[in-house]
Design a protein around this ligand. Structure first.
Ligand code: CUA
Length: 334
């Protein structure tokens, strides 16, 4: 198994290098809180060390002058912490205000993308709802494509977060704060990026044995590329005449109870697993843990439990010939 560029993942998931307004607000708040509490820590530790040395047992004249009940000191050390806490409450409230934005209604030409994110054990489903006021209505998984701002128009992304099973948490540190996906509840986050690129994230709430392998890739691209991607995703599955045998082999299997492949009169309408209509337009498999190539796809189909023990996709006993045909068909789904 090939973990995708772990070094790059570490580097790219730094919340101190934000690329979106909510992530910037969170970074600024963290630095402020760290500075204030760090300063208090230094002062307290310095006084402590001074007292330990200056008044250690046995040193000549070590007994400090004793006094009790100084009103000015009592007032000072009650008022100062209360003021500091009040300041921290104010800046935290301001940050929450900036981060928790109720999504607006989609309208023509707003440049905004609306996606419903559904956490599953252990993958991400993205239902594309609206872009620029246009209704979309298709689903993809694990790799979230979003547009970046351009000079004329900011292009914010509003995510509605839901869960199909247990609690998960959507966290792409450079774009937005960590937010939970809770069964029976809907949460919202938003972000907006100026820099095209791949932003990495991770499920941040323990959700079962494969929690660590529930990775997120956000592909932020210029509007032209994003619209090209959208147009392709909206099309039905590619019909490759050379892959018809594989298609028939796949549709004869129980794969179709869990996966959707969109084409007219398709029997593959399952929603328990990822939508496969444009499977090969994704760079990774199994929520970011495998590079998506015909070879890894073959290995995955042969035995998902080898790569992701406990995942809900079982290994089907399909003979090698049929499996090759099926993977051949899946490999055409660009
Ligand atoms: Cu999903 Cu942890």
């Amino acid at each position: 198994m090939e973990l995708l560029l772990l070094a790059q993942v570490q580097d790219d998931m730094c919340m101190f290098r934000p690329a979106s307004p909510p992530a910037e607000s969170i970074r600024d708040l963290s630095i402020l809180v760290l500075a204030i509490t760090g300063l208090i820590f230094l002062i307290v530790e310095a006084v402590l060390v001074y007292c330990i040395i200056r008044f250690r047992r046995g040193a000549a004249g070590s007994e400090p002058p004793q006094f009790y009940g100084s009103k000015p000191i009592e007032i000072a050390w009650t008022a100062a912490p209360a003021l500091i806490v009040f300041l921290l409450v104010l800046v935290t409230a301001r940050t929450l205000w900036e981060v928790n934005v109720q999504p607006p209604e989609p309208r023509e030409g707003d440049g905004a993308l609306f996606v419903t994110v559904i956490g599953h054990q252990w993958w991400w489903e993205y239902q594309y709802e609206y872009y620029n006021g246009q209704k979309l209505g298709f689903a993809t998984s694990n790799e979230l494509h979003v547009p970046v701002d351009d000079a004329q128009l900011p292009r914010p992304v509003y995510l509605k977060l839901k869960s199909a099973d247990v609690c998960h948490s959507f966290w792409v540190p450079k774009l937005a704060g960590k937010t939970d996906l809770i069964p029976g509840r809907t949460n919202h986050i938003w972000f907006q990026s100026k820099e095209p690129g791949v932003y990495l994230g991770q499920c941040a709430e323990y959700c079962g044995t494969q929690h660590a392998k529930m990775l997120i890739r956000v592909v932020a691209e210029p509007n032209m590329d994003f619209e090209k991607w959208l147009a392709n995703e909206q099309r039905p599955a590619v019909e490759d005449p050379a892959a018809q045998k594989g298609k028939a082999a796949l549709l004869a299997q129980s794969c179709i109870n869990c996966h959707t492949i969109r084409f007219p009169d398709s029997p593959a309408k399952g929603t328990f697993g990822p939508d496969l209509t444009h499977l090969m337009s994704r760079t990774s498999l199994a929520s970011g843990i495998l590079r998506n190539t015909p070879q890894t796809l073959h290995d995955w189909v042969a035995d998902p439990q080898k790569h992701k023990p406990g995942c809900l996709m079982p290994a089907f006993s399909v003979n090698e010939h049929d499996r090759a045909l099926m993977v051949g068909y899946l490999s055409t789904l660009r």
